[in-house]
Design a protein around this ligand. Structure first.
Ligand code: CMP
Length: 139
């Protein structure tokens, strides 16, 4: 089934000027980037976006990091996009990410791990709506 997922290219990657290389990996893996914008996520937006993690010890640092510099938010479309993008990203902690994954190649640490992807189709719908209106998505 063709699915959509939300991807964020995080501030550590925009700061190192590797967004094109990451997009190349995304497209080479068969995803279509059907919406994309470079934005400065506010601290308030970051807190709302990551609210499922609000009890975690890393929550404040995570939100501050996401709002610290520009991010690229994008909608990716492909068969099985949610799971396949998580596979392409690699594990959250780059120290255990597989060869050939985005995080293996670009992530610096578990915090500065270069990309985010939705973890379920339900959350993909919620996360896409968080950043995009219907008219901004051109499939
Ligand atoms: P992401 O996929 O964007 O979802 C939540 C983020 O929290 C995760 O990537 C990591 O960058 C960050 N994070 C920081 N510390 C941890 C941790 N101990 N476990 C999981 N995620 C963490």
């Amino acid at each position: 089934m063709v699915q959509r997922t939300l991807s964020i290219i995080k501030p550590d990657a925009t700061c190192r000027n590797v967004t094109g290389e990451i997009n190349h990996m995304i497209e080479a893996a068969g995803f279509r980037i059907i919406a994309q914008k470079r934005i400065l996520i506010t601290l308030e937006q970051a807190k709302k976006f990551y609210e499922v993690h609000q009890e975690k010890p890393f929550y404040n640092d995570l939100c501050e990091f996401l709002s610290s510099a520009p991010a690229i938010v994008q909608v990716l479309e492909k068969e099985n996009a949610v799971l396949d993008y998580r596979t392409l990203m690699g594990s959250t902690n780059p120290a255990s990410a597989d060869e050939g994954t985005i995080r293996k190649k670009f992530a610096i640490s578990i915090d500065k791990n270069s990309v985010h992807g939705s973890d379920s189709p339900e959350n993909a719908t919620i996360e896409i709506k968080f950043f995009f209106s219907e008219t901004e998505i051109v499939g």
